[in-house]
Design a protein around this ligand. Structure first.
Ligand SMILES: CC/C=C\CCC/C=C/C(=O)SCCNC(=O)CCNC(=O)[C@H](O)C(C)(C)COP(=O)(O)OP(=O)(O)OC[C@H]1O[C@@H](n2cnc3c(N)ncnc32)[C@H](O)[C@@H]1OP(=O)(O)O
Length: 308
């Protein structure tokens, strides 16, 4: 939204302005549908702490640590809470940037909660998908600086969170990152795909998405899926060093540059959020998709084989 707003300020006249205005108002309508949901989510989760926020107003940035055990999977309530927090950051005058990480050892995020796609009622499915779209629009479209400190596995929706940031540092170790949707028998949505293309390029994305490739940290560095590797113990320090560097850039120039780079990709989803939600519902309700999801869920729940 903020990027759309900045773009709106810059493009004062002509059809581009009208187009952005219409995109913005569609987005606002979709957001207002989520308001009740947000209240429900904050009531239901009042006793749980699904993430921690450590704000350092002096330095001008915050650290947001995902904390929804066991694997930071993204369900409706969690996304709704995250969206509220992202909005708070966006409105903050003191916070220039956010380091996004996880408090769960070896896991950044396991991506979408598969239970939100398996045998789910249409209403819930559409609320879930709307919340996910909102998270991406807020993160990818943010005026703030987002640095992902990827402390562990980051498949599918977890990868989407990190590639929506401006810079990625990943822990060295036996961790995997990538858009592995085809391995679940599903297709990555076009906005996941486009964010990936913007990060690692068309050809690499074409291979990665078809193969459902999960990259090791070294492989991820080699294709620019991440920008830097760090020993786990140094991850946050490195992210903070990087954040100081980004914070030192003149803000308006950086924001306008970011928005000019991301506007077209964002506009594509903003212009067709409802159709995209319908397509998610239609796709996930297919018998063949439900069967694939069931098999994938079973494979996750199988007792792990001993490597000995
Ligand atoms: C038109 C478009 C339509 C649809 C588009 C949909 C796009 C989808 C995007 C997604 O994000 S789909 C989710 C993809 N995620 C994955 O494939 C990750 C699966 N998980 C793992 O590989 C591993 O769990 C791990 C993240 C590597 C962590 O491994 P670890 O050994 O540490 O944990 P374990 O596997 O034992 O898991 C603990 C516990 O959590 C459950 N789990 C794991 N991931 C998910 C998930 N994404 N959703 C729901 N639940 C998940 C797992 O089953 C275990 O449960 P249990 O304790 O009850 O056995």
């Amino acid at each position: 939204m903020s990027i759309i707003k900045s773009a709106f300020r810059v493009l004062r006249f002509g059809s581009a302005k009208n187009q952005l205005f219409s995109l913005e108002s569609k987005t606002c309508r979709a957001f207002s549908v989520c308001n009740k949901l947000r209240q429900d989510a904050s009531d239901a989760n009042a006793s749980k702490i699904n993430f921690y926020v450590d704000e350092n107003k002096e330095k001008g940035y915050a650290i947001l640590k995902l904390n929804k055990g066991p694997v930071n999977s993204l369900n409706l309530e969690f996304l709704t809470e995250l969206n509220i927090q992202l909005e708070k950051f966006e409105e903050s005058k003191e916070i220039k940037g956010v380091i996004l990480t996880s408090s769960i050892p070896n896991i950044f995020s396991a991506g979408l909660d598969i239970m939100e796609m398996y045998q789910i009622k249409q209403d819930r499915g559409s609320q879930f998908w709307t919340a996910l779209q909102e998270t991406w629009i807020k993160l990818y479209g943010s005026n703030k600086i987002y640095i992902a400190a990827i402390n562990g596995h980051s498949p599918a929706g977890g990868c989407l969170l990190s590639i929506s940031c401006d810079y990625r540092i990943m822990s060295k170790g036996p961790y995997k990152i990538g858009l592995n949707e085809t391995l679940l028998g599903i297709k990555a949505p076009f906005w996941f795909r486009d964010t990936m293309i913007n990060t690692i390029g068309y050809r690499e994305t074409e291979k990665a998405l078809q193969l459902g490739k999960l990259y090791s940290s070294e492989e991820a560095l080699a294709v620019n899926l991440v920008d830097e590797l760090a020993d786990s113990k140094d991850l946050i320090t490195k992210a903070e060093e990087q954040m100081s560097k980004w914070c030192a850039i003149p803000t308006v120039a950086r924001e306008l540059t970011k928005s000019s780079m991301r506007r077209d990709t964002l506009s594509k989803l903003i212009a067709q959020r409802e159709a995209d939600t319908q397509s998610f519902i239609e796709f996930t309700q297919r018998d063949s998709i439900q069967k694939s999801l069931r098999m994938y869920l079973e494979s996750l729940k199988k007792p792990k084989k001993s490597s000995a």
